[in-house]
Design a protein around this ligand. Structure first.
Ligand code: PEP
Ligand code: MN
Length: 340
């Protein structure tokens, strides 16, 4: 349920309405949608709420409509907010006019490699450096990441080249540590339904890049977004990174449908990660381009100076030369898409 206010509504009246809602033990989500002020009502116990709002003369006069939302992914839906949500971080806007390239190594291996990659990312039009310092690995015997040491290298590289930093968080107990360095907290596919982590990240004051669970339906993906919203975070970027299907020739199957579908039903930006989505470096370019045509607001690409020696995900990682060629095609394709 949400309140749509009349056009000339004042802040005071909105705040008064929010107080009434909160006095019923409910949460609020305050947004602008095409210059119209809306307040989402979060929670279940809405008994008496409408009467309480109507009882306040000023509030009831300021309300245009109180609307129900028919879908379960309530506040991420376009039913609640028609206009695209733009996530602003420093001077970068995700979900706006520009196509956002996020690139970097799968794992941070050492300082020198991060500095070299950051330079490539910047020179090829990237706005955000990615890199894992806490790595979710299938085998406990594989490289687990440099942890805080890796975050220090990533931060240094981002500061040197004027990039934002996106890195994965796996455990609620590391939120403060990761927030000290990162601009965006990534939730990986394995944690998309780690509801206690999502609740903790709802309270974090950094944007979240939420990757689709490898076996999550689109509705389940959007319900994970709802967890973040319900616990207080409304800066969310989605990422389609492929799902598990019966096909074994590729690591995962990128769900291009999901990109177009999510653009239609959800107001948050969505990215395509064709590195994890395909697992094969020669497929990264064509599949990223197809994601652009489906409406993606940006992409994530793994890059390394020498992919065959990478400590993780080498098979899907581009070398500098291929990365540079692919980036040019990405931005060209985006311009073409916009011209349609
Ligand atoms: C990654 O981005 O390196 C990663 C582990 O991604 P995913 O969670 O999509 O597998
Ligand atoms: Mn990876």
């Amino acid at each position: 349920m949400y309140i749509k206010f009349k056009k000339n509504i004042t802040n005071e009246v909105v705040e008064k309405a929010k107080k009434i809602i909160e006095s019923c033990g409910l949460g609020t989500l305050d947004i602008f949608d095409e210059e119209i002020r809306k307040v989402g009502i979060l929670g279940n116990n809405k008994k008496n709420l409408v009467e309480l709002l109507e009882d306040d003369k000023e509030v009831s006069q300021g309300i245009d409509k109180i609307m129900e939302i028919s879908v379960p992914y309530k506040f991420s839906s376009r039913e609640f907010k028609k206009s695209d949500t733009i996530i602003k971080i420093k001077d970068v806007e995700i979900g706006g006019d520009d196509f956002i390239l996020i690139a970097g190594p799968c794992s941070v291996e050492n300082r020198e490699m991060v500095m070299k990659i950051a330079k490539e990312v910047k020179e090829n039009g990237g706005k955000i450096l990615r890199g894992g310092a806490f790595k979710p690995r299938t085998s406990p015997y594989d490289f687990q990441g440099l942890e805080e040491e890796g975050l220090i290298y990533l931060r240094e590289a981002c500061d040197k080249y004027g990039l934002l930093l996106c890195t994965e968080i796996m455990d609620g107990k590391n939120i403060d540590k990761v927030c000290k360095y990162a601009d965006i907290l990534q939730v990986g596919t394995r944690n998309m339904q780690n509801f206690s982590l999502l609740k903790d990240l709802g309270k974090a004051d950094k944007p979240i890049l939420l990757k689709r669970g490898m076996s999550a339906t689109i509705t389940e993906f959007l319900m994970a977004v709802e967890y973040l919203i319900a616990y207080g975070n409304k800066n969310i970027i989605l990422c389609e990174r492929g799902i598990r299907t019966f096909e074994r020739m590729t690591r995962n199957t990128i769900d291009i449908n999901a990109i177009a579908m999510i653009k239609e039903i959800c107001h948050f930006p969505i990215l395509i990660d064709a590195s994890h989505g395909t697992g094969i470096r020669t497929l990264v370019e064509p599949i990223t381009l197809s994601g652009i045509m489906a409406g993606a607001n940006g992409c994530m690409i793994e890059v390394h100076e020498n992919p065959c020696c990478a400590l993780s995900d080498g098979d899907q990682t581009l070398n500098f030369e291929d990365f540079s060629k692919t980036c040019k095609k990405i931005f060209k394709t985006y311009e073409f898409k916009k011209s349609l």
